[in-house]
Design a protein around this ligand. Structure first.
Ligand SMILES: Nc1ncnc2c1ncn2[C@@H]1O[C@H](COP(=O)(O)OP(=O)(O)OP(=O)(O)O)[C@@H](O)[C@H]1O
Ligand SMILES: [Mg+2]
Length: 483
């Protein structure tokens, strides 16, 4: 184990890391920070939740000249929430050095961002679309950037974002340092990446599997129509502290959220069609535990670091194995444990096999949960509460009544009645979801090519949002817009 002192990190950063409770460097930090400090280009791949943000954040911050009020570091991230989160983490790490970091993302007032940009941040963390808007309006100057990071690099270099990234890179000096980080890095993307870098050093943290070992991975084979009941039964059995449920489309997320609320769960949805204000308020409620379930499209699949997410449910199987890795990686972070359950229809079983192959992990089958299991789950909760009350000993106000009851009824009957009252009886409101097309898979040898569903075909990506031909609008039709 390596301490941050051993990595030659300056005192103000060390102080910040210690305040953040970071005692030792994680393996990806240990291996990439020295390279980053030397100014090398790095492709860093390590499992979800293992501290990649600090792995690129620390060397970037170390190389900033504080007195120069120019943007010297640029991080590009695929979603708004991630840009905000990364900017906050950079702010925390750079606090005692006096580093100013600014998130720039769509859905926020341009004027406000322009004002903040004028205040001279050292580091900007941006989503590509909004960054390009500022570049075109000349309201941002990135010609002094020394280090650029693509967080979630494989996502940033896939078809949906690649042209944006090329355009951004054109405006950054050639002698820049380029850092690419992700938990997944398919070969094709790695190749594209290396054309944008100078002799990149590739760091891949050795691990048997692509996903984190401390996530218990299971699947349930279930017909489409049984999915929703299976989900609510499972939730009653698991009683997650915080859970994320992933659905395939925005409509699906809305319907699932409504259905869960109808059955009495504190659930809210997040996807790309909501206003930025709504997206933020839902995410904050989830972080504070005011809602227990976040229903999401893949907009929440990458990078988000919310502690205490104990369960992830893939209500719909993700589009590709990489997406699976990122989705389940919202739990089991920073050494914690987590549970990930995927619902797989019989036709989708080949997808599961591919996920297992690509991630090199076994996803264990579990039985379909029944309503009786769910009721037992809720009884257990009541029992826990009752036991806690018994152990609290703060019962004197109730003893007299209790003694009186015991004269009339036997003790087992009284306890049974108490438990019954305390057990939450789930409303079994019928919920019907619109049907979705299962992911199609041709039974070819290389089924990876055919993994993407019909809704996500490349053909569709060549047209703008309203069926306009490719052009400026094309970028609105990539994954960013469809989440
Ligand atoms: N050295 C460390 N010691 C303790 N905690 C750490 C350390 N480094 C990072 N963390 C914490 O671990 C959590 C996960 O870190 P981070 O979000 O950077 O992971 P990641 O590797 O980027 O994951 P993902 O692939 O999902 O984006 C964060 O809460 C972060 O503050
Ligand atoms: Mg990350």
């Amino acid at each position: 184990m390596t301490t941050f002192q051993e990595l030659n990190i300056s005192a103000p950063i060390l102080k910040a890391l210690s305040n953040m409770g970071f005692e030792e460097a994680t393996p990806i930090q240990e291996q990439t920070i020295p390279l980053g400090l030397k100014g090398e280009d790095v492709i860093g791949q390590a499992q979800t939740g293992t501290g990649k943000t600090a792995a690129f954040g620390i060397p970037m911050i170390e190389q900033i000249e504080k007195k120069q009020r120019k943007i010297q570091g640029l991080v590009v991230a695929p979603t708004r929430e991630l840009a905000i989160q990364v900017s906050e983490e950079i702010h925390r790490i750079g606090k005692f050095k006096g580093i100013r970091s600014l998130p720039i993302y769509g859905g926020q007032q341009m004027q406000r961002q322009i004002r903040s940009l004028k205040e001279g941040p050292h580091i900007v963390v941006a989503t590509p679309g909004r960054l390009l808007d500022h570049m075109r309006r000349k309201t941002i100057n990135i010609s002094d950037v020394k280090t650029i990071v693509l967080d979630e690099a494989d996502e940033m270099l896939n078809m949906g974002f690649i042209d944006d990234i090329r355009e951004i890179l054109k405006m950054i000096p050639h002698e820049r340092q380029t850092l690419l980080f992700s938990a997944t890095m398919p070969k094709e993307i790695r190749q594209i990446a290396s054309t944008m870098m100078r002799e990149p050093k590739e760091v891949k943290v050795k691990s048997k599997q692509l996903s984190v070992e401390n996530i218990e991975q299971r699947f349930i084979e279930v017909h489409e129509k049984q999915k929703f009941d299976a989900l609510t039964n499972l939730l009653d059995i698991h009683v997650p502290e915080l859970a994320i449920i992933f659905g395939r489309t925005k409509k699906r997320v809305d319907e699932l959220t409504d259905g869960l609320q109808a059955r009495g769960f504190r659930a809210e949805g997040i996807h790309g069609d909501l206003t930025q204000g709504k997206r933020m308020s839902v995410l904050n409620k989830f972080k504070n535990g005011r809602i227990e379930i976040l229903v999401a499209t893949d907009v929440a699949a990458r990078g988000l670091d919310i502690s205490n997410v104990t369960h992830v449910y893939n209500f719909d199987i993700p589009q590709d194995p990489e997406s699976y890795v990122h989705r389940i990686g919202r739990t089991g972070r920073a050494g914690k444990t987590g549970v990930a359950i995927s619902f797989i229809t019989p036709r989708e079983m080949p997808h599961l096999k591919l996920i297992e192959k690509v991630t090199n992990a076994k996803v264990k089958r579990m039985d379909m949960p029944t309503l009786a299991d769910a009721k037992r789950g809720q009884q257990k909760i009541a029992l826990k509460k009752l036991t806690r009350a018994i152990e609290s000993q703060d019962l004197d106000d109730y003893r007299e009544e209790a003694a009186a009851l015991l004269e009339e009824y036997d003790s087992v009957t009284i306890v049974a009645a108490t438990l019954k009252m305390m057990t939450k009886e789930r409303r079994q409101t019928p919920v019907t979801l619109s049907s979705v097309q299962p992911l199609s898979v041709k039974r070819s040898k290389d089924n990876r090519k055919n993994f993407r569903g019909k809704n996500d075909s490349n053909k569709k990506r060549q047209f703008g949002r309203k069926g306009k031909p490719a052009g400026r609008n094309r970028k609105f039709n990539n994954k960013r817009a469809s989440k």
